[in-house]
Write a protein that binds this ligand. Structure first.
Ligand code: DGI
Ligand code: FE
Ligand code: FE
Length: 203
């Protein structure tokens, strides 16, 4: 079974079992189940699109590691690491990825910038996204428990056109934020500009 992967690439100084224990302690049961589903989808997509399956497992498992941390933890990291002070105007939805990656680095020992960038970009995307970052962004959106209008279209795009899938999610997330009068993080907008016009014919 593909979720019994053993780690060999020294991307994290933990076995997968040790990583699961840490995630179980940091997350609610439902969030823990979510990251395991994202891992499974991400590994399958990594095989499909020819990218590192072990990195996909680690990034999939760790992407929401910080999701349940109190705001004060994120605010402290933003200040200590001198991250963009603009971040202070947002909240957990943005912080758990952009700032959470720093916690994954410092607390779980992940040094791979490829994995950390995928975590940083998993909610807001990016102008330049590696294949791994695109896979984590999409696996989070289409994991089997997701149920919303358009998820079938997103799943279909994930089978044959990863870039169009990224554009599809980006467009629909922005639409959702605007419909609900939510603040839009600037990177969410630049992701829109970088992906949606480019793929408009495939959406
Ligand atoms: O952490 P998950 O629930 O698994 O999924 P996620 O990290 O992709 O998304 C968390 C939420 O963040 C989702 O409801 C959409 C929202 N979001 C995405 N971009 C932005 C945003 N929220 C705000 N306020 N601004 C954004 O730019
Ligand atoms: Fe998330
Ligand atoms: Fe998630």
């Amino acid at each position: 079974m593909n979720d019994q992967i053993q780690y060999h690439e020294h991307l994290i100084p933990l076995t997968r079992e040790q990583l699961l224990d840490k995630l179980h302690a940091a997350l609610s049961d439902s969030r823990f189940a979510h990251v395991k589903r994202v891992e499974k989808v991400a590994m399958k997509m990594a095989k499909r699109f020819g990218t590192d399956v072990e990195a996909a497992s680690i990034a999939g498992l760790c992407h929401d590691y910080a999701k349940q941390r109190p705001d004060k933890d994120f605010i402290a990291v933003i200040k200590v690491k001198k991250l963009d002070p603009e971040l202070l105007n947002y909240g957990n939805a943005i912080w758990h990825g952009v700032v959470g990656a720093e916690m994954v680095k410092d607390e779980l020992g992940v040094q791979s910038e490829d994995i950390l960038d995928a975590i940083r970009q998993h909610t807001v995307g990016g102008t330049y996204m590696t294949k791994l970052a695109q896979i984590i962004y999409m696996a989070d959106y289409i994991e089997p428990a997701r149920d919303f209008e358009g998820v079938d279209r997103a799943r279909k795009l994930c089978k044959h056109d990863l870039g169009a899938a990224v554009a599809y999610q980006t467009k629909h997330t922005l639409e959702y934020l605007i419909d609900n009068n939510q603040p839009v993080y600037p990177q969410t907008l630049t992701t829109y500009n970088a992906w949606v016009p480019q793929y408009r014919k495939d959406l």
